[in-house]
Design a protein around this ligand. Sequence first.
Ligand SMILES: [Zn+2]
Length: 369
Amino acid sequence: MKTVKILQNLIAIDSQNPPGNEIKVVEYLQDFFEKNTKGKCIIQSFENNRSNLLVYFGVRPRYLFNVHLDTVSVGDKNKWLYDPFSGKIQNGKLYGRGACDNKGSLAAIAGAILKNKPENCLFLFSADEEQTGKGIKVFIESDFHKNIEEALVAEPTDREILVAHMGITGLKVSFIGKSVHSSRPEEGENSIYLANHFLNIFQEYYVNILQKEQNEFLGNGVSSIGYIQGGKDTSVLNTVPDYCEVKIDFRYIPEYNADQILWGVQNLVNTDEVLKDKVRVEQIYKFPSFQAGVDNHSMIEIIKKVDSQITLTGARYYTEAADLQEAGINTIVFGAGSIVQAHQVDEYVEVKELEYVEKVYTEIFKRLR
Ligand SMILES: [Zn+2]
């Protein structure tokens, strides 16, 4: 079966997450691999209609290929020029939800497997990447990754190899003041003024410390104040507000971890005369950063042999490479299409990009020892 046809079949299966329903893609792939390859298929279920699929050809595979099965929502279907489940090809571009993120790479892997069934590779088709990553967690908790030394995560990387990405964490900073009537503010403690004081010293702290360190592939980390809320009533302003909160998003480089960001901000407020004892800092989410061991990843060497133009790069968005790297597997990210086309109306992948990536995967399968 032609890879373009495999991709069109995959796009026709709705795996928008939420709710995911990845089982339909799993059933298609299981049938595909059992009919065409005699590969061994294992279904890892974790919820109704939701599961990973594992496929392998030999015993004790050392290399892992991971590609996710779910897509983001189509959104308003009327905004699409082409039906998001059609896989229509126009001027060398194949359109549909998931065409580039991530069914293009999925089809390229399936097409490459038809040419070459690598005995030393395990294929993980994972569920729930676009929401909370339940699929990859189920995989890492299972025994299947125990012998794996190196991995490739297929995501759109636009003819580059992604070897690092930023970690993400969010902090909630709460300011506790004292309410009094607004006619006597000197007797209270205005929590909004506390927040204002914090924002000023935070900016200085951030620029001076956090932003100074540079990563080879990522440059410096970034942060953004995403939310502020203080006071109780928007129409009656006769009370000095005793509560205000600020939420901050951080994209940090692998030289740091999420807990260090938390401790840094806690230390900043605890050592400030104005803020001490009036502020609570909490971590509200965290996703790890990722950095590959670029000097000893055999797939980087092989890809460079196939495409001498290829460069190594970093990104600010999250991938499942971070979870695999945390589990001790040296991981890179490489796949069809560009992240710019992901999650968009009229998402597409160029057919020639699909062919390029399939060729690279085929060579990797052939040359891995
Ligand atoms: Zn993706």
